[in-house]
Design a protein around this ligand. Sequence first.
Ligand code: NAD
Length: 507
Amino acid sequence: MALVYNTTESIEDYVTCLRGTYTTGKSRDKFTRKFYLERLYNLVKENEEQFYVALAKDLNKSRAEALASEISPVLEECVYFLNNFENLTNDQKVKPRLGANYTDSAYIRRQGLGVVLIISTWNYPLQLSLVPLAGALAAGNCVVLKLSEISVHTSALITHLLPRYLDPNLYRVVNGAVEQTQYLIQQKFNHIFYTGNSQVARSIMAAASVNLTPVTLELGGKSPAIVTQDSDMQIVANRVAYGKFFNAGQSCVAVDYVLIPQSRLTEFTQAIQKTLSTWYGSDPQRSKDYGRIVNTRHFDRLLSMMHDRQSGDIVLGGDSDRDSLYIAPTVIANVKFFDPVLMADEVFGPILPVITYTDMEEALGLISRHEPPLALYLFTKKQALIDRVLNVTTSGGVTVNDTLLHQNEYALPFGGVGSSGMGSYHGEKSFQTFSQERAVLSKKQRLEWLMQVRYPPASQAKLVLLRAILVTHPLQFRYILFKKHVKWVSFLLIMVGVLIKRHLSKF
Ligand code: NAD
């Protein structure tokens, strides 16, 4: 299946067509939304085998990795929205605060934002396209979905399948590279949801600002794993390896580097060697469970990172094969934190720099020298240390004593902070991201004798009444401040009264 790039004319037509649909209210109809969420589920379920093949062609993704990180998140997201549809979409009643509205109905109606643009990327090409799509459709939007031009096979399959399951009046797929994406972001959207690198994110935000379009930016960063003295080293090694070598390190929340006490370095490298030989055998290139680098550009970038580094010794791996885009799981020990090659940018591949520290405060100080990462991992059994690390560091998300898993837990919002992104999604948070909270106050055509106090001409009597309606009386204000004390004093006075009464009744 070939990936056909869109022309700029077709992009303009798509946006116009979807804007037309949005104004008919079709995408906001609850029945339509549930119907297409069910269809989206079927799209993935009924074509699961084809997705495994496409993902293997793009990234040599194993079935287990594809199931856990691509198929299951999309299916579960559709199930979540269908199962919680009424809760998410029903109007939310609120109690009016103003006296003038006590008898009226006030509620929040969550509805779609309009026509939204989702730009996805190649490392999880199914998950990162269809999970936000499910959220946007559930919230009642029309969607332009820009797929990655790098994960060609999966993007072509999604493009082929979507029209067979969804109504093209509700969504359109755009394929293309820089030219198409740049043209796309100049169109007027009601929201732009972008996943990718921070350089492109800047141009997305600049283009969005022209139309005052809000943006969600799902980016990356250098996510550290901090190992402490009290860690069980084989468990740590297994979980760090999982967080580093899953998808050959091409995960936005991958462990970027490890910080470990100097005294435990050897133990760690021995343990991770044991993990890797158990998982991938003596030659990972022959393992069906180990992924490949997505293209030669990223392959060359990673190899120059390894070869041009200014510090560290390769203690594991290091070999590669450009023809098959293979880079062995590689561990580089004794890396300097300020290594201008290994520690400047996100690694985004199967190379693990390991940096030693002598004291935890020093390690925390080093982490804060980087921009806030997308994820932070901490291995410790001490709650006080968990609290200390949470208090002094910043990151989009955290998993304690494991890696990657906070991203998979869709009950938690997922997103970055600072240079690792803005806004978040997954589950209920996706629904909020793609919807507007429309405030509705529904009054009745009565009580005009009272409501007329706000109309001119003003008078002293009207002002008194207006103050009574709009401003909390100072006595009531005092009562609110001392409510707790007043209750206790009243309780004590009653108790004293009861005791006095009993005492007097004896006489
Ligand atoms: P990429 O090169 O595929 O770019 C992403 C999208 O931007 C594509 O659709 C592409 O067509 C478009 N694009 C590329 N260059 C452009 C330009 N100059 N102008 C306009 N559009 C352009 O993706 P990438 O940068 O290789 O992705 C890797 C980055 O994404 C990493 O930093 C990773 O951490 C991050 N990422 C983040 C998440 C997350 O959920 N936070 C998930 C996956 C990847």
